[in-house]
Design a protein around this ligand. Structure first.
Ligand code: AVJ
Ligand code: FE
Length: 440
């Protein structure tokens, strides 16, 4: 079947690039020059590095590769090569100043929009078909916007971001069944048709998943507090040996940003302090913390295939959907995405976003750790560059699914795969649990 007309594809690409740039401007425009060049945490780049890296990636792919144009600033490529310099070393690099970086990204963008106007998005070149390269770069910018939001969360000092309305709770949340049975059988994992899906989501392939139960909602702060109060952080038997090592070395006793004051837990959130809300999904936990909680609860993390089957498989049609609620793009009624709120919604929110079996909040709110290592699907081909996914495959990284409140819809799908080291907890990570079902 013919896809959308080229003009519609160009418009979609232009809109995605513009939306990403508006967010980048907001995240870099709300703090002064000193805060843009400072390193707020050795885990993160200075914000001004992310800003110019966004422009440099766009220059390399959309101006030079797609547009065939000469390099604007070839001398800065190595400064903004993420593989050449670990984050902790980036403040010492000869970085563009905030003013230069803003000018650079604007100049690149102006020329890119010119390239887009003439790009053959309806041709056979897989880099351009459906506007893929433009969508890839819009997703890249949005991913760095989430990274910059993490930097904002780590930063000390008064709030710089305005907090819009908190997301709504659902009155029926307490009445939901705690878990849902997903019947055993094959389903289609991954995609071969989603135009802007990245290489690691491809190709679509059959997966046999035995019966399992999965939590209806993400694990809440209130539930996680029971693990803490039951001495979870003092009990090595719940922990992976490396997780236990991390607990001892860093004297971990709670999720990142939590602090005990008097008899209760408070947390720092984007420059403000508030009591830990019991009804919110737990946030800023490592894979080790998620796995320890699950062991304590007599359960386990879902595998990546289980998570995707729960999120996409419709048992009535035996089809995999693009999203839990169907094939329509996300809207504010079905998922907490796009940094519309600076926090996840209370567990049980977004009944309109539930999967066919009634599982809620699979998309948005918090990234969900899975039990699985980040590995290629059968038939994987690195595209268009090995450094996006392929160099990270192996047993060092665990897969996260679903996207957080800080993820833009353009970088979020039922098939989208994120990954990180199991010790990481500055990311917007939470989890839900699962258990085997007895075969019938
Ligand atoms: C997919 C989120 C793990 O931020 O390291 C950004 C995305 N890749 N620039 C990351 C990415 C290159 C990546 N993650
Ligand atoms: Fe990048």
């Amino acid at each position: 079947a013919p896809g959308p007309r080229p003009e519609a594809q160009r418009q979609r690409a232009a809109h995605a690039l513009l939306a990403a740039r508006e967010r980048t401007q907001a995240l870099t425009g709300c703090v002064d020059e000193h805060e843009l060049t400072a390193q707020h945490s050795p885990l993160m780049s200075p914000l001004v590095w992310d800003l110019a890296h966004i422009g440099n990636q766009e220059e390399q792919w959309l101006l030079r590769t797609v547009g065939g144009r000469d390099a604007l600033r070839p001398e800065i490529d190595s400064v903004y090569d993420a593989f050449a310099h670990p984050r902790a070393d980036r403040p010492a690099l000869p970085l563009l100043s905030p003013q230069e970086a803003h000018g650079y990204v604007a100049e690149v963008r102006g020329r890119v929009l010119d390239v887009l106007e003439h790009a053959p998005v309806d041709g056979a070149d897989p880099l351009l078909a459906g506007g893929f390269a433009f969508g890839m770069i819009a997703q890249h910018e949005q991913q760095h916007d989430e990274t910059m939001l993490i930097t904002h969360q780590l930063r000390q000092g008064p709030a710089a971001l305005t907090a819009p309305e908190p997301p709504r709770a659902e009155p029926d949340a307490a009445l939901l069944p705690p878990e849902v049975l997903v019947e055993g059988g094959p389903f289609t994992m991954g995609t071969s048709t989603e135009p802007w899906a990245l290489d690691n989501e491809r190709p679509a392939h059959p997966r046999l998943v035995p019966s399992f139960f999965i939590d209806t909602v993400p694990v809440s702060n209130g539930a996680y507090l029971q693990f803490i109060e039951d001495g979870g952080y003092d009990e090595p038997r719940w922990w992976h040996p490396e997780g236990w090592e991390q607990v001892r070395r860093h004297e971990l006793a709670a999720p990142l940003f939590w602090r005990r004051e008097g008899g209760s837990w408070i947390r720092r959130r984007f420059g403000t302090v508030e009591p830990v809300p019991p009804e919110e999904p737990v946030l800023h936990v490592s894979w080790y913390e998620a796995a320890a909680y699950a062991a304590w609860a007599g359960r386990r993390l879902p595998t990546e295939a289980e998570w995707e089957k729960a999120a996409r498989h419709d048992p009535r049609t035996d089809r995999s959907r693009r999203y839990p609620w169907g094939d329509e793009d996300p809207s504010p009624d079905v998922a907490n995405l796009g940094q519309r709120h600076l926090r996840p919604a209370p567990v049980g929110a977004y009944p309109g976003g539930a999967s066919p079996l009634g599982v809620r909040q699979l998309i948005g709110d918090v990234w969900e750790w899975t039990a699985s290592d980040f590995l290629p699907y059968p038939g994987f081909r690195a595209f268009p560059y090995r450094e996006y996914s392929e160099v990270f495959f192996g047993d060092a990284h665990k897969v996260l699914r679903g996207g957080s409140f800080a993820v833009d819809p353009v970088a979020c799908r039922g098939t989208f795969r994120n990954w990180d080291l199991p010790v990481r907890r500055q990311i917007f990570s939470g989890f839900r649990t699962a258990r085997d079902a007895e075969p019938v």
